[in-house]
Design a protein around this ligand. Structure first.
Ligand code: ATP
Ligand code: MG
Length: 611
């Protein structure tokens, strides 16, 4: 596996947050200095045989491979991999596949792609592997038997309804199960019956024996193993019992010698059980102390999108989008196809920071990060998305029939320091050029600085046609237009001032009202342009459990046949451009070809979303 380039930038190191403070304090105190690492995950005995852990800290990113990662996961990835990078640690990629689900290597591969594309690596000397939680089923089973033998767990055969009723609620303590006082030997035999398939699905569960009166409902004897006859994508039919997430997750962390287990705030109430379980397994000698600790941060809520794999899956399966990588999707794959860069997403994660209180981030913050990154990098180009033909009626007379005058513009207004200037763009101007339809107005509003024809005033005077520069070309004066039988303008006419070519001595001899972008009819290239808008019409489409599908924006995609300047013939999939005056665009990574150019609008030039 090749190691992606380190994404470290000086800014990313600077901003402190509560997680950094915790880690720095642990490093100061040497909380984890005594840990050993045997080169692979394992129990206390396994790691005892290893070396002192060369990783100062270990974090992990533990997605469930049941969908594509979204922008919320990007935040988590940047936090976990970023902390490991900054503090001499390692971040593990772990597939949390303890739920027996259908094999989906598509999701596994998409997750690997997304993490690498963001610029992070989990590889360590002698180990390039991503971990998978299902590899730990044997240990989890052993841990469960240990808890039973130590009197910390029992098999409960109440019906699910009885269990629910006896759990109590916020103001009411729970009621002990009648099966709670069985002996360890009895429980062990029954748990083995569960394992051996002698009980039906749902007939019994294994519960931790803690405190049915705890004010924290998660400590009221939580279920830790259930019976479920399902074929697991890695372990097949080996097991008909599966560990519950709350039991499995701390164990996964401990076997991997994780030091700081960072998760979202929903898990705050699970922390006491996390610590309880770690204490029981450390005192039993199954795991080596010090155990990992859980820390919670606020999940990312981003306006105008949904960040839940389940809901995103629904958009895909119900055909609301073209797939997980549809450029309107807030998936990492979708953002990438939309033209987002790894740098822009890392900048976003950095900018929103890490806090302990939930809030909503404006979508425009994400867009701002992309603009900021592309402003310095994206080559400029001219394009006309809604073309109207402009005919320079005195061209042949002025320059000779068929004459094409070469024009040039730099690819970047300012090349990044220390980098060679990219080759300038070359194109030509002739008798006919394409302009944007809205760069012509027959009856211009006040202050209009683009093309408008001469007009008769009430007092009998005539206002002359407007004078405008065709960027990098000549100054022209509008003389009129042609219209079809419906009154739709089909062609605009103007005359060219011959001595006013940009960059020549006469360029300023006539004053133009403004400059417009254009593409030559002679050398313009056809391109399909996909204009994306927000996928939902509401800022919080799924707030309060609302049906987010009802808030879908029916106009989130507009496809236009555009003209673009000839330099774009060389565009490769994923290449990013600023179409002058129009926005940032990317050559679509799936559909763009040399013979059929396809550009997605990544983001407009200015923020026209917020307020
Ligand atoms: P989803 O509901 O979308 O499936 P999840 O939390 O169930 O999300 P996991 O695959 O279990 O998804 O998540 C892997 C990691 O990503 C977890 O540590 C989780 O806390 C984190 N994560 C998921 N969603 C967000 C979010 N919106 N903001 C920050 N971190 C997130
Ligand atoms: Mg999940």
């Amino acid at each position: 596996m090749t190691k992606p380039a380190s994404p470290a930038t000086p800014e990313e190191h600077k901003i402190s947050n509560f997680l950094r403070q915790i880690i720095e304090a642990d490093l100061d105190k040497g909380t984890y200095a005594s840990r050993r690492w045997a080169g692979s995950p394992g129990d206390a005995a396994h790691h005892a045989k290893g070396q002192p852990d060369p990783a100062k800290i270990r974090t992990r990113f533990p997605p469930e491979p049941n969908g594509y990662l979204h922008v919320g996961h990007a935040k988590s990835i940047c936090i976990n991999f970023g902390l490991a990078r900054d503090y001499g640690g390692v971040c593990h990629l772990r597939f949390d596949d303890t739920n027996p689900e259908k094999e989906d290597t598509e999701y596994v591969n998409a997750i690997i792609d997304a993490v690498k594309w963001l610029g992070f690596s989990w590889s360590q000397p002698g180990n390039d592997k991503a971990y998978q939680a299902s590899d730990y089923f044997d240990f989890m089973y052993r841990a469960a038997e240990h808890l039973i033998e130590a009197g910390h767990a029992y098999v409960d055969e109440q019906t699910p309804e009885e269990m629910r009723n006896n759990r109590g609620d916020f103001g009411k303590p729970g009621v002990n199960s009648p099966f709670r006082t069985r002996t360890p030997a009895d429980n062990l035999a029954r748990f083995r019956n569960m394992r051996d398939g002698k009980l039906d699905d749902g007939a019994a569960v294994l519960r931790a024996k803690i405190d049915m009166a705890s004010p924290n409902i998660n400590m009221r004897d939580p279920a830790i193993y259930r019976i479920r006859r399902a074929t697991h994508h890695h372990t097949g039919d080996t097991w008909c019992i599966y560990p519950m997430y709350t039991f499995a997750h701390p164990i996964e962390d401990a076997l991997e010698q994780i030091t700081h287990s960072i998760c979202t705030l929903e898990f705050e109430d699970q922390r006491p059980f996390y610590d309880w379980l770690m204490d029981r397994l450390c005192e039993g000698g199954l795991l080596g102390a010090p155990a990992p600790k859980q820390y919670e941060f606020a999940r990312l809520n981003l306006t105008y999108v949904v960040t839940s794999k389940r809901k995103l899956a629904q958009l895909v399966t119900e055909g609301k989008v073209s797939g997980w990588d549809d450029p309107r999707m807030p998936t990492i794959a979708g953002l990438r196809r939309r033209g987002y860069t790894p740098e822009s997403l890392r900048l976003f994660a950095d900018r929103i920071g890490v806090t302990k209180s939930d809030s909503w981030i404006e979508y425009s913050t994400l867009e701002g990060c992309l603009r900021e990154d592309l402003e310095l990098k994206a080559h400029r180009a001219m394009a006309v998305l809604d073309p109207l033909k402009l005919v320079l009626t005195n061209w042949d007379e002025a320059f000779g029939a068929g004459h094409l005058e070469p024009c040039t513009l730099p690819a970047l207004p300012h090349s990044p320091e220390g980098q060679p200037e990219p080759a300038a763009r070359q194109f030509t101007i002739g008798k006919e050029v394409w302009i944007e339809r809205d760069d012509f107005a027959e009856h211009p509003p006040k202050g209009y600085k683009r093309l408008s024809p001469p007009s008769n005033q009430a007092d009998g005077s005539v206002t002359p046609g407007s004078i405008v520069r065709l960027k990098a070309g000549y100054i022209v004066q509008c003389t009129g237009c042609l219209k079809d039988s419906n009154g739709v303008v089909t062609e605009v006419h103007a005359t060219v001032f011959t001595d006013t070519k940009s960059g020549t001595a006469g360029a300023d001899s006539i004053k133009a009202k403004g400059a417009i972008t254009w593409v030559g009819v002679a050398d313009g290239v056809r391109a399909q342009v996909r204009l994306y808008d927000r996928l939902f019409t509401e800022g919080q489409p799924d707030a309060g459990g609302r049906d987010f599908l009802k808030a879908i924006n029916p106009d989130s995609l507009k496809i236009q046949e555009a003209w673009v300047e000839p330099s774009l013939k060389l565009a490769k999939p994923d290449d990013k451009f600023q179409f002058e005056r129009l926005g940032y665009f990317v050559a679509d990574r799936i559909d763009h070809q040399a013979t059929q150019l396809v550009f997605n609008r990544s983001v407009s030039l200015k923020d026209n979303w917020s307020k």
